[in-house]
Design a protein around this ligand. Sequence first.
Ligand code: HXC
Length: 270
Amino acid sequence: MSGPLSVFRDNVLSGHVALVTGGGTGICRGIAAAYARLGADVCIVSRKQDVLDAAARELSEQSGRTVIGVAADVRNPDAIAAAIRTTIDRFGKLDTVVNGAAGNFLAPAAALSPNGFKTVIDIDLLGTFNTSRAAFEALSASGDALILNISATLHYHGTPLQVHASAAKAGVDAVTKNLAVEWGRFRIRVCGIAPGPIAETEGMKRLAPGEVTEKMAAAIPAARFGTIEEIAAAAVYLRSPAAGYVTGHVLVVDGGHCVATPPLGMAFPT
Ligand code: HXC
């Protein structure tokens, strides 16, 4: 194996069972792939069964582990509870939940309908709570559980056209801290990853179309977009025994984007 995942031993997650919402595509498919590649059995959850079926087949073939796809909308607590039951029926337990299902689009606040704002809050924030809440009992029985919430860095500053997603992701980070405090005694760690701009994701297609992409990359200290595999590597670290005492923390993986001074027309020194 080469790339960021090569530093982990092959079976570091063997015996683990993970459920990954949003795992049919993009960043969360990459996390599901990495977990399976390193020994976990995985249930991926999203709204489209055909997308899940194709992804589950490919990830199973690549990893040699069992990857199943169960369609559920994270906005529907009954549907997500059913997906968790299916996972436990199939694999006997649940150790890890990755809350990655998200929705987003660019919209000026003055033109955004209340329902547009609510829709993104419902998917990102309520979906994270619904899934975590539904998984609590199973995770309490694990003895070594992790909830990993995927947020963003949008809300660290004001971000134009993103009031809905920024508010939702700020809420997700709050859920991370609060559940870490409440559920530590049940041996459930709760962590987050805040990805910066990541190449080849639906999010970047929606938020940085065409020529915006180049300008955005120039404003990143690392001078490039991140890769899905780099986010997956962070997710493996947080799931691994190396992070056994890490909880309530949101790990920013963004090439330095959110700590850089806004460019204000100034070029980086060469
Ligand atoms: C303004 C919009 C809109 C748009 C939808 N709405 N798209 N408003 N601009 N482009 C409004 C609708 O008008 C409607 O309000 C309300 O949102 C609900 O729309 P629906 O289409 O009925 O909702 P639904 O079918 O549930 O779809 C949810 C969705 C959709 C978020 C709107 O785009 C989706 O399903 N996306 C999933 C995939 C996705 O977004 N991936 C990118 C995630 S990236 P009214 O008032 O008309 O009823 C990401 C990264 C964040 O999350 C961080 C980046 C750095």
